[in-house]
Design a protein around this ligand. Structure first.
Ligand code: HEC
Ligand code: HEC
Ligand code: HEC
Ligand code: HEC
Length: 238
């Protein structure tokens, strides 16, 4: 029943996002991605895909932002919520340490040294770039090479496109002291290291520091949408 409720909430996000002209993550109202009380991953994240491994190298995606994004952006049978799913085996490689002959990635845009979803996307509602990309590619994403140029500049006609790595601006909201905005490539911040405040998925062990007198609802352990995200007093009709 809770799972169904989650799907209904997702449907509500989607219909809201198609009616209004803001980026669709606005409709998540922070709580779709971050759960102040029932987090399942670091940065108090509300959803996590625990099923997928990286088809590029067979390794776990743990430590990347990808399992967070894919908690929503993957089909349900592969551990996501089925929202505009993308598929890793058909996706630009992620979770790899870049080969410098193929890409020159600004080091600040790597997550623990690896390419990640957040190397290309900054998902916060303050990002007005099309598709939450870190680079402005035009309103209808008509200048996609502006993005590719960030890491593959020797493939792009930089002068023809009016681009130079030294003057390129990269969006980030990850420096609260500097504010959300466009930063020079060598100054942009994609992540801040914080301690692992959130315990990994799974039942809390007895005598854990966290009071365990109350059983958490099942969905805390199942990577799905926070059912309370859009309504403080959820009601079920099913
Ligand atoms: C689409 C998902 C999404 C939405 C919506 C979202 N965030 Fe985030 N947020 C992220 C991701 C991804 C990270 C980075 C996680 C990581 O580093 O692994 C993050 C990180 C953060 C951080 C930690 C920053 C740091 O320095 O580490 C804060 C604070 C935060 N978000 C606040 C917010 C607030 C406030 C909102 C609502 C306006 C919001 N977020 C909406 C995905 C989201
Ligand atoms: C809580 C669920 C949730 C999470 C987590 C989430 N998204 Fe989304 N995302 C959505 C929804 C809902 C939409 C709008 C779906 C639609 O248009 O049908 C969306 C849309 C998008 C779009 C398309 C934007 C557009 O303008 O059409 C991109 C790109 C995207 N997300 C990237 C990401 C990335 C990257 C992450 C991880 C950093 C992420 N999302 C995490 C729910 C999520
Ligand atoms: C190399 C840069 C890059 C990386 C890494 C990347 N994306 Fe994207 N993403 C893009 C671009 C470019 C588009 C627009 C593609 C298009 O319009 O065909 C896009 C589009 C999307 C969309 C919208 C798809 C749709 O239905 O229109 C989603 C959702 C998304 N990305 C999520 C993710 C997630 C999740 C990850 C990590 C697993 C990720 N992206 C990693 C560049 C990237
Ligand atoms: C944030 C940096 C970044 C951006 C932006 C980026 N790439 Fe990449 N790209 C990489 C990395 C890293 C690799 C993998 C290098 C390796 O194999 O180690 C890669 C690999 C590739 C490959 C080779 C894939 C393969 O299977 O061998 C192609 C083609 C490619 N990128 C095209 C693009 C295009 C087109 C865009 C723009 C839409 C783009 N990239 C944007 C970092 C980036």
């Amino acid at each position: 029943m809770l799972k169904k409720l989650g799907v209904a909430v997702v449907a509500a996000f989607i219909s809201t996002s198609s009616i209004h002209a803001f980026g669709p993550h606005d409709g998540l109202d922070c709580l779709g991605c971050h759960s102040p009380h029932f987090a399942v991953d670091d940065k108090i994240f509300a959803v996590k895909n625990t099923q997928l491994t990286n088809p590029v190298n067979g390794q776990s995606l743990e430590g990347l932002s990808a399992p967070k994004c894919l908690g929503c952006h993957q089909l349900e049978q592969f551990g996501g919520a089925g929202i505009r799913p993308i598929h890793l085996h058909t996706t630009h490689p992620i979770g790899i340490v870049p080969n410098p002959k193929i890409a020159s990635v600004p080091v600040n845009l790597l997550k623990d040294g690896k390419l990640d979803c957040i190397s290309c996307h900054e998902p916060h509602p303050s990002n007005k770039n099309a598709l939450y990309l870190r680079i402005d590619v035009g309103e209808s994403a008509s200048s996609m090479q502006n993005l590719c140029a960030l890491c593959h500049s020797s493939k792009v006609d930089m002068a023809g496109a009016g681009l130079s790595i030294n003057t390129m601006k990269v969006f980030s909201a990850m420096d609260e002291s500097a504010g959300a905005g466009e930063f020079p490539v060598n100054q942009v911040r994609a992540q801040n290291d914080t301690p692992k405040y959130i315990k990994p998925l799974g039942k809390l062990p007895k005598n854990d520091l966290v009071p365990n007198y109350q059983d958490q609802p099942d969905w805390v352990y199942a990577p799905t949408i926070n059912p309370y995200a859009s309504s403080p007093t959820p009601t079920t009709t099913e």
